[in-house]
Design a protein around this ligand. Structure first.
Ligand code: AMP
Ligand code: MG
Length: 333
């Protein structure tokens, strides 16, 4: 074959392959009170289906949307309310996760969260109000009736699924993309990241936010392959009053923002809802108890501690090829 023909053939084959290589499409929507971005190797029509799942998840589980089933349960506290199988299962799982965490994650913190009002006009509630509202906290008071798919909370309770619903939504999206035979994608639901498949043969690489830096700053990079990475930190929602910073992760035992040795916690697991519950719970529990809990659940953790050290389980380092960037934080010895 002549040299020119070979080159032409090569160019032809290369152009056929590049035409076949799927392109990624980006999507950004606001759902569940947060920015949800996706980079997915699929046509936009497929991604639009995923956006719809995000909106539906919010409509079903937000305690602020009057047509949601969670709103209805909260409005009818003290009475059984019939719900969809999906809501029933999510609530049942939330209670199981609360049990696993010894109540450090507790979906019945709703009234306390409302009293602090982190999303609208935050204010430190009066001490006696917190003491009163804390009486309603207790996941073990939620009653389930499987035959009628009904749920009842105690009269002084309000459900808040803010600590797990993004993790659940991530799992739903992964299932959806799997069904659609999509080869790869990276989802970021307000800091909850999930990666599936690969980025044209390469793993997805993400930066984990610097808990003491600006929103765009990260302190490490991690490779993600078919796994979710969920981070909780005090920087997500907070306000300052009389020189004190109050953040949105509540210790269900005190009713006040949790105070531990942790600045941020990232949990790695194939189970996004578990990772989300654990991220909140470990933040409340602190590093010692938190790491023990994570180990019992077969998950991996990365903690940034308040002495600027980074602690991660062995599996976290290995599985993500974790690299600390800069010299602000050091690996704990
Ligand atoms: P996350 O960002 O996943 O840690 O979840 C925090 C959100 O969950 C808050 O904005 C509250 O709505 C709610 N929340 C705060 N503290 C707790 C807690 N200890 N258990 C359950 N939900 C909580
Ligand atoms: Mg969480």
């Amino acid at each position: 074959m002549k040299r020119a023909t070979v080159i032409l053939l090569f160019l032809l084959i290369a152009s056929v392959f590049s035409a076949c290589a799927p392109k990624s499409v980006d999507s950004t929507v606001i759902a569940m009170n947060t920015i949800c971005t996706q980079t997915v190797y699929a046509d936009y029509e497929v991604i639009a289906g995923a956006e719809q799942i995000l909106f539906e998840t919010e409509s079903e589980f937000s305690k602020y949307i009057e047509s949601s089933e969670i709103y209805e349960i909260n409005e009818n506290a003290g009475h059984f309310v019939a719900v969809s199988k999906e809501t029933y299962d999510v609530l049942k799982r939330s209670v199981q996760l609360a049990e696993i965490t010894g109540g450090a994650f507790d979906p019945t913190v709703g009234k306390i969260v409302d009293a602090w009002d982190f999303t609208n006009e935050p204010d430190v509630p009066a001490e006696d109000e917190i003491l009163k509202l804390i009486q309603g906290v207790g996941y073990d008071k939620i009653e389930f009736d499987e035959d009628s798919l009904s749920v009842k909370i105690a009269q002084n309770q309000t459900i808040d699924l803010g600590a797990v619903i993004k993790g659940y939504a991530g799992d739903e999206l992964l299932n959806y993309y799997l069904e659609q035979d999509v080869p790869g994608g990276l989802l970021n639901l307000g800091g909850n990241m999930s990666a599936f498949g690969d980025k044209q043969g390469e793993p997805f690489v993400v930066g984990i936010r610097d808990p003491l830096g600006e929103a765009s700053e990260y302190f490490c990079t991690a490779e993600l392959t078919d796994v979710s990475l969920v981070t909780s930190g005090a920087y997500e929602r907070f306000f300052e009053q009389d020189g004190i910073v109050y953040h949105h992760i509540i210790d269900p035992k005190t009713g006040y923002p949790a105070s531990s040795d942790i600045l941020s916690v990232s949990i790695l697991s194939e189970d996004g809802m578990l990772a989300d519950a654990l991220s909140t719970a470990v933040f409340v529990l602190g590093s010692e108890q938190g790491l023990k809990l994570v180990e019992t659940q077969g998950a991996q953790a990365l903690l940034v501690l308040d002495d600027n050290t980074v602690v991660a389980t062995d599996g976290f380092w290995e599985r993500t090829n974790l690299q600390i960037v800069g010299d602000k934080y050091v690996k704990a010895s």
